[in-house]
Design a protein around this ligand. Structure first.
Ligand SMILES: Cc1cc2nc3c(=O)[nH]c(=O)nc-3n(C[C@H](O)[C@H](O)[C@H](O)COP(=O)(O)OP(=O)(O)OC[C@H]3O[C@@H](n4cnc5c(N)ncnc54)[C@H](O)[C@@H]3O)c2cc1C
Length: 415
């Protein structure tokens, strides 16, 4: 088949490889070329050990405190408050015990495929050594109460076969990460944690490899895609029509209007995230670290140190508020007394987010020839290789590796 993929972020690129594996002819369409948006500047962690959706007791515990601080871990721009209200209402609806459990099971299923799919892809291309870093992962708990609140999650992870070790006090955390000062109360260490050398470098390498395998890149925006005859037709920004046998919509945070035009009103919005990239050694941490409850994620990349995170609801069009980076650094500083946070490069990315923290991986209601692969929120790098394989299975009418019912576009019609 001739398959077009709309969006050449990490998800579109991984879908291209999976479709090439099955012998299809692939055209990636993206006005910005290969992985120039969200996939370029993220924290680079393959979070296959994570099992909880954002709408979980973990977040609700912190929310009142977060919302009081305009530069805090989670904020809503006043001018976007009305627009995000329907998403928020669904986020609340996603927070019932039954829905949290359903989202958790979805995350467990998809993240359970994630690392093996990455290893398969990079391994097949001879790129694993160059791009995967196996230094483990640390969740740092600022207070003992944070540790206590997370013990049930760690227990569940252990039950799933995820290797985890509780670090009960400050000394245990500092043995692992000496850059932490006296404020780090406890931790959870995941020795199997894997990250990438740099999200920009691995995305570029995978993108180039897809082109070397025969994929074609068209630098244009897609204005719409529709079923046509037995296949599909994509209308490009310059007015040209591109006919194909099937299409994958992988346009990240920009996917909503493309799906809406196909009759699927999917509550996709963006959780904007910020970070600061500093010279190597600046924060001093040697593995990816989540600062629990503070909206901070620090990762050592091969050539730099990155620190960032936070969630800002402000849509796709408002300018970035880089003061949010100052907020992140102000919260991190007491924990990393020797870090050098001066200078560096500030960045903002658009996490494509659904209220239940699961992506949409499924067929458009208008045509089985149009497949959705977007909405990966905080886990797009993590889930991209698995999503690529699942999307390719749907295009090729093969049995996907997991039950995709929890990921269907139609799930939001019920709530
Ligand atoms: C601060 C931050 C840290 C993060 N850290 C991590 C992490 O450590 N681990 C993790 O797993 N995830 C992380 N994420 C999330 C991850 O970066 C995203 O989920 C992921 O990059 C989404 O990939 P994507 O391919 O769907 O979207 P994108 O990378 O945004 O790609 C979408 C592409 O679609 C193109 N496009 C848009 N509209 C059109 C159109 N009409 N026609 C054609 N093309 C179009 C865009 O140009 C873009 O290239 C982080 C995100 C942020 C913001």
């Amino acid at each position: 088949m001739r398959v077009i993929i709309i969006g050449a972020g990490i998800v579109g690129i991984q879908a291209a490889h999976a479709l090439l594996d099955l012998g299809h002819a692939v055209t990636l369409i993206d006005p910005d070329g290969l992985a120039q948006r969200t996939s370029r500047g993220n924290a680079g962690y393959i979070a296959h050990t994570d099992i909880l959706p954002l709408a979980s007791p973990k977040v609700w515990r912190h929310l009142p405190r977060w919302l009081l601080d305009p530069l805090g871990p989670l904020s809503i721009r006043p001018s976007y408050a009305l627009k995000i209200a329907p998403w928020m209402a669904r986020f609340v609806a996603a927070s019932t015990p039954a829905r949290i459990e359903a989202s958790t099971l979805g995350m467990i299923a998809l993240n359970g495929l994630a690392l093996a799919a990455w290893e398969r892809r990079l391994g097949a291309l001879g790129l694993a050594q160059r791009h995967l870093r196996r230094k483990g992962y640390l969740v740092m708990f600022p207070t003992e109460a944070d540790l206590a609140a997370n013990l049930a999650m760690v227990k569940r992870q252990l039950g799933l076969g995820i290797e985890a070790e509780v670090l009960a006090d400050n000394a245990a955390v500092r043995r692992l990460e000496p850059a932490f000062g006296a404020r780090a109360a406890a931790g959870a260490h995941y020795p199997g944690g894997v990250s990438v050398d740099d999200p920009a470098s691995v995305s570029a390498a995978l993108g180039e490899a897809a082109l070397a395998r025969g994929a074609i890149l068209v630098r244009q925006a897609v204005a719409g895609v529709t079923p046509a005859g037995g296949g599909v037709s994509a209308r490009l920004a310059d007015g040209a029509e591109l006919a194909a046998d099937a299409a994958v919509i992988a346009a990240g945070a920009w996917s909503r209007p493309l799906a809406r035009a196909l009759g699927d009103d999917i509550p996709l919005d963006t959780e904007r995230g910020y970070n600061l990239t500093l010279p190597k050694g600046a924060h001093g941490l040697t593995r990816p670290v989540l600062f629990e409850g503070l909206g901070i994620f620090a990762s050592p990349l091969d050539g730099a140190d990155r620190i960032g995170g936070a969630v800002e609801f402000a849509g796709l069009d408002l300018p970035p508020n880089y003061a949010r980076v100052d907020g992140i650094i102000a919260r991190a500083r007491p924990f990393l007394p020797d870090a050098k946070f001066d200078g560096g490069t500030r960045w903002m990315g658009f996490r494509p987010s659904l209220p239940d923290s699961l992506p949409v991986i499924g067929r458009a209601s208008a045509s089985p020839r149009i497949v959705y692969a977007f909405g990966h929120g905080h886990f797009g790098l993590t889930q991209s290789a698995a999503t690529g394989e699942l999307a390719a299975a749907l295009v090729a009418q093969r049995q996907p590796a997991i039950n995709l019912a929890p990921f269907g576009a139609e799930r939001f019609r019920r709530w």
